[in-house]
Design a protein around this ligand. Sequence first.
Ligand SMILES: *Cc1c(COP(=O)(O)O)cnc(C)c1O
Length: 458
Amino acid sequence: MSTSDGIEKKRYERPVIRKLEGGVPGKFGARAAMTPLTHIDGLSVSGLIEQFGSPLFVISERSIRSTFRKAQAAFTTRYPRVQFAWSYKTNYLDAVCKIYHQEGSWAEVVSGFEYEKALRNGVPGKKIIFNGPDKTMDDLSLAIRNDSLIHIDHLDELYMLGGLAENLGIRPKVAIRVNMDTGVYPMWDRFGFNYENGQAWDALNKIMRSGKLELVGLHTHIGTFMLSPSAYAMAAYKLADLAIGLQQRYNHTVKYIDMGGGFASRNTLKGSYLPGQDVNPGFDDFAEAITSTLLNASFVNNELPLLILETGRALVDEAGYLLGTVIANKRTSQGKRTTIIDIGVNLLFTAFWYDHKISPAQSFTEYTEETTLYGPLCMNIDVIRDSANLPLLNKGDHLVIHHTGAYNLTQWMQFITLRPKVVLIDQEGKPHVIRDNEHMETLTGLEHTPAHLTSFEL
Ligand SMILES: *Cc1c(COP(=O)(O)O)cnc(C)c1O
């Protein structure tokens, strides 16, 4: 309704009485009033479901770019030379990768498949960082010929690279992955070479003495969903110490220090009292820990190495939404309210370790009740939230699961149904299907039935 002078007249709403949640926050924090999420980047949730189906993954390009710029600013305001490399395994849909490449990110890959995907996306070989424990001979020779940055995981790989270098007559550009005690346990010591017991220094000496490989960097990736910036300070200190050791012993300067990924996103880990959105450290906290350690380190001639970050989860989690529909409500034998939705744990792997934030997509009544949210799979483990204080959702209502952009679209599983569409909302608010839903032929096309099994009579 608008009046003739163009001023919008507010619609009348019946007043409601709401309990005031005052005073100090409890152990679960201050109780936030729940609001429906009816639109994502200007598009209505119900409209998106109508057009593209339910369930539906939605990714916000606006959110990806603004989060990336925040992260980049946190580092570049503190340190002169910073380079991000997009972690493909966190979300390797081409459209998503290309947003990061447009923002200036290199590619960080952990398998031959991901390596080829990065090449197909147009990333120059020398801007691909190749991590991971399983690089085949073919993978490595392709990476060497493309001048990529190969991060060595173990001695067998180091020797294989030495042999390939000789055969190809090329000096591969390498770094070693270093694992270390950062005060966070369990320690991730299965990847790379250990700092404390001297394995890392030993591997560096082998590389320097062989002369076959060009040592360009030092790498670590200390864990994932790390909540402690000080662990990164410790890791940066130990890598800087190795770099300084190389300068002193060989007069060799590494070009970069790569701190890997692992920053926590805004999600809430199961078992934590306070919402991750409020309490998890942000990019500024991690950046401060890492950059101040590097700036304080005594590099020879004060030459600062390039700082590489392979951040995945914290850059993309918030940009992902999973939209779904209520199938039914029922009560358990104990009388607890349960709601069955069309989103299973096969689509939302991260439901196993997060209490995902969930919003109804339409207005609701004031009443809330502890509810268990079940998925549609015929499996007892198909639980999206064990217990969430939710307004009553009715059959056919829509809901939105927040912060689903990281890992779900690479770890999702096809199980008893076909996987749904993924839609990207661009910065103008226009939706684009960036991955189609699967069809029967998507799966049966891969199958072969031996001749003797083609027919039967029942
Ligand atoms: C998975 C991975 C990353 C990204 O980790 P996030 O926790 O998603 O930030 C970066 N580097 C390496 C080597 C990885 O394996």
